[in-house]
Write a protein that binds this ligand. Sequence first.
Ligand code: MG
Length: 415
Amino acid sequence: MSVKIEKIRVICTAPEGINLVVVKVETNQPGLYGLGCATFAYRHMAVKHVVEEYLNPLLVGRDAEEIEELWQLMHQNAYWRNGPIENNAISGVDMALWDIKGKMAGMPLYQLFGGKCRAGIPVYRHADGRDLAELCENIQRFQEMGIRNIRCQCGGYGGESYGTLPQGTPRGANPGVYLDSRKYIRDTVKLFEGIRNKIGHEMNLVHDVHERIAPAEVIRLAKELEPFDLFFLEDPVNIEQTEWLRRLRQQSSIPIAEGELFNNPKEWKSLIAEQLIDYIRVHISQIGGITPARKLAIFAEQFGVKTAWHGPGDMSPLAHAANIHIDLAAPNFGVQEWSGIEPPNVVIQDLKGPHGALLEVFPGLPEFEDGYVYANEKPGLGVELDEKEAAKYPCENTVTVWTQTRRMDGALQTP
Ligand code: MG
């Protein structure tokens, strides 16, 4: 008997103060359902609406086993395609269908992708600090946990916190996160020099530019960072300016990772085919889920480009698990960002919600141990959702301020 989709529901929850969007696809088979991540933390109600009002009626009664057919159907149904709200909504359903497929097969998803080609997933963590001393303390704390790859930032992505108007801004400037890009470049170069002097060369170091400075400035930063042997420079240019990567490539040997904001194959095809980047790091729900992410990983493999999927706090454990399953089976996997999930014994900086709540809402999330993450061996994604626990942490609709990044003259700069 074929497995039919009976209902598609959305559950929104914020166990750590970040809005997470989960899609549940229910079938006509007793006890058989799938879960997927559709998290677009800053537009969660819009995604919920697309899933429940458009994708649910489109897919009810359809065969849950036909993942490719249903993905194409969702992707083309609204005529206009590749937008972040639509792609996240599609991702929620897509991951849930893969979860169902794995449960039907009685296998963890990585088995359906060809099986493991590595035993564990090396991750990079985020170390931050107000100054070099604090940052190095945090790096050493991660080193003691077995971490070998670490992203190093000073005061987030540089600049002042929201609402602080620094000296030198014009009269009447709007509130924002102000960044003096020249100072940021000077401070960042000094920071990496300091880190290498203090901790030596054992750790692999990453720095995230977060698209916050002009492309011409990135070239200077990359050249000045070369002596400090970075693992990669993350998202150096904004997605509208990726032609600059060709020039960056010509002028610097620094490895480049780009793509956490990508939406559309047009944005990555030529960057990969021309080998202008070393690591492709999309946010997999943002491109439409596991189906397109698997295709992207295989495409990148042909050109010697590695994967380093986005793994921030503003995605659910279901999406982290999806990353890990793809990583386990991808020969061209590079490294996995790991910021959103902490075992209960680890102290979390800047946590907004109660500690450990995420683990209670999402039992079964991948385990971290000694620098590596491991998927559990349960069928499908292997992550559950406790809906009663989830209901204790309702999402909030607030105005997002961290994205209001500004140059010193008050003009907005991509965040
Ligand atoms: Mg990043």
